[in-house]
Design a protein around this ligand. Structure first.
Ligand code: A2P
Length: 318
């Protein structure tokens, strides 16, 4: 399995299992099956609401001798209601308790958006904090302290623009090692990728298959269905593989880690087998031509009336 190496020599498998949208009641079986099939990287987050069940599956796999903790790469994410230096460690300890783990491999700031403690998801602007009230640099100090406390081996960010990433890099003691962002052929993020690469920050692609199972509230009226894209479909036919495999192989071939979600054993297997597919230069060119900067998880859910956020302020894009 292809990996990326970090400065301390730790290696993260490029292909991981996503657990966003994997419902309680089915996520545990999916994680257990994935580990049996050979997945060694599981991407979690407290806000997904399923970490206890993910943890049970991991524990069961370890107890059954199917895998050792050291062979797994477990990522989780700090939810927005725990920004601020003092709030990071308690939130991380809750995640560790939920997952039944002594440490994480990677802990990410989930969004650069602080919300009020105790609020799971803001329904009005009063439940948001302004970016100035809890600067990201302050939250980052809590992330650094978590590394020093041995609670996570690596730290990083998610949904960070190049600008926000550089603001952190300018002042941090421990560098963010990963930026997890939406990336797929309709949103290829070449500038962000080049910048992260130059800064030595690894990029993980979320929503690699287009996350068509996301809640209706997170979907626009004219949503493209990436898995039905005709160019991806044609390339899949030429390789005798599935569209999902083309989408995953494209990320891996670019050295990008990615976390396709599935709760279906056959699709888990299919996604893992994408490791063995090599796209040709002409395929890559056709995929490059699909980019039209189309965000699927566009962050409009932070923009309720009176919000301190605009899409421009969130993504630092015109
Ligand atoms: P399921 O969990 O039933 O397999 P993303 O990773 O971009 O968030 O996309 C996840 C969506 O893609 C889910 O609806 C998931 O459904 C589906 N999916 C995962 N793997 C495949 C596959 N190999 N073929 C088709 N759909 C897939």
């Amino acid at each position: 399995m292809r990996t990326v190496a970090f400065a301390n020599g730790d290696r993260m498998p490029l292909l991981g299992l996503g657990t966003w949208k994997s419902a309680p009641g089915e996520v545990g079986a999916a994680v257990r099956e994935a580990i049996r099939q050979g997945y060694r990287h599981i991407d979690c987050a407290s806000v997904y609401g399923n970490e206890p069940e993910v943890g049970e599956a991991i524990q069961a796999a370890i107890a059954a001798g199917e895998v050792r903790r050291e062979e797994l790469w477990i990522t989780s994410k700090l939810w927005c209601n725990a920004h601020g230096r003092e709030n990071v460690e308690p939130a991380l300890r809750r995640t560790l308790a939920d997952l039944g783990l002594a440490w994480l491999d990677l802990y990410l700031i989930h969004w650069p958006v602080p919300i009020k403690p105790g609020v799971a998801f803001p329904s009005s602007a009063e439940e948001l904090l302004s970016p100035g009230q809890v600067p990201l640099a302050n939250t980052w100090e809590g992330m650094e302290a978590a590394v020093e406390a041995g609670l996570t081996r690596h730290i990083g960010v998610s949904n960070f623009s190049t600008r926000k990433l550089h603001d952190l890099l300018a002042h941090c003691r421990f560098r963010p090692e990963v930026n997890q962002v939406e990336r797929h052929p309709l949103l290829q993020q070449p500038a962000l990728l080049a910048d992260c690469t130059a800064a030595g920050v690894h990029v993980t692609a979320y929503s690699p298959l287009g996350s068509n199972d996301r809640p209706a509230g997170l979907k626009g009226a004219d949503e493209p269905v990436l898995l039905q894209n005709p160019v991806i479909g044609a390339i899949a036919t030429e390789h005798g593989c599935s569209p999902a495999q083309v989408l995953i192989a494209w990320q891996l071939q670019g050295g990008i880690s990615t976390i396709p979600k599935s709760v279906n054993p056959a699709r888990l297997q299919e996604n893992l087998a994408a490791e063995d597919i090599t796209l040709r230069p002409a395929d890559l060119e056709r995929i490059t031509a699909l980019d039209h900067h189309r965000r699927l998880v566009d962050g409009t859910f932070w923009l309720m009336e009176g919000s301190p956020w605009t899409l421009q302020a969130l993504w630092d894009e015109p």
